[in-house]
Design a protein around this ligand. Sequence first.
Ligand SMILES: NC(=O)c1ccc[n+]([C@@H]2O[C@H](COP(=O)([O-])OP(=O)(O)OC[C@H]3O[C@@H](n4cnc5c(N)ncnc54)[C@H](O)[C@@H]3O)[C@@H](O)[C@H]2O)c1
Length: 318
Amino acid sequence: AVILEQLLRRCRGGFPEPVFAPQPDRVAIVMGGTDGIGYSTARHLARLGMHVIIAGNNDSKAEEAVRELKEETLNVKVEFLYCDLASMASIWQFVQKFKMKKIPLHVLVNNAGVMMVPQRKTRDGFEEHFGLNYLGHFLLTNLLLDTLRESGSPGHNARVVTVSSATHYVAELNMDDLQSSACYSPHGAYAQSKRALVLFTYHLQGLLAAAGSHVTANVVDPGVVDTDLYRHLFWGTRLMKKLLGWLLFKTPDEGAQTSVYAAVTPELEGVGGRYLYNETEIRSLPITYDQKLQQQLWSKSCEMTGILDVTLRYPASG
Ligand SMILES: NC(=O)c1ccc[n+]([C@@H]2O[C@H](COP(=O)([O-])OP(=O)(O)OC[C@H]3O[C@@H](n4cnc5c(N)ncnc54)[C@H](O)[C@@H]3O)[C@@H](O)[C@H]2O)c1
């Protein structure tokens, strides 16, 4: 359905790039900014004059990405900081290195991800989709919340932008088996991690609002985008993508538009808890609005990552 909709839209003129005002005094972290949608997101933010920190675990690609972005955007404030989201120790180290810079943080884009990888585990023993796509971003965001809070101000909120997917609509979130150990399906595990990200965003927004923070959290769905994310799919599907991707899929730049929109548009100033698709708010799956489920997942995630459950201090307001 998404691919058909994208094809129709392409026939009607495509995905015109939105124009935003320069953002020279703002700092952004784009997790997974060396490739695909993340790279395009970083490029757009750098073009707006932001100080962009590309984070990721691909050292070799990072050097090239930073050089290209600096050359193309003429923005010298583009840099790379290593972070392996599949390792909690690496996330802690990344946050420590970032905080040592003593700079603010206005935009955090939780973009990195893997899809349909064979059953394997992160350094900390979590199923890879759940551990990297979801728990990695959960921990990262929580460790950066104090800096985001200090950086946001009335009328200039700091923003957390989390990249989910339409697969969250068909996912099952098994609270008794978040590691998919009883029955592993690569698609099911990916979709579960993407549903968890939607629940996380809504709960985070509730906590931020309850605490009166000048930080907002929104979740975006980039559509179906022609990137290397599909590298673990069946060869026939990859061949189809190679032949028809240019027509049916969004380009990475088009896929990044909703993330960039969520990161900078004045329309979303002070607005959080939204699921955004094609720069428009739409409804996510009804169960994702279930506050009890959001709370359960949040508490469990705190346990798994070993951080304090701040929910106890600030009950989410909705
Ligand atoms: N491509 C699509 O059609 C599509 C659709 C819906 C959602 N998404 C989501 O968009 C996001 C970006 O994906 P993409 O399509 O650009 O894919 P991609 O494979 O091109 O990019 C993924 C990024 O994540 C990074 N990454 C992977 N493992 C990491 C780790 N251990 N630590 C840190 N970074 C790591 C990679 O280095 C890369 O920069 C993902 O969250 C994905 O789930 C993509």
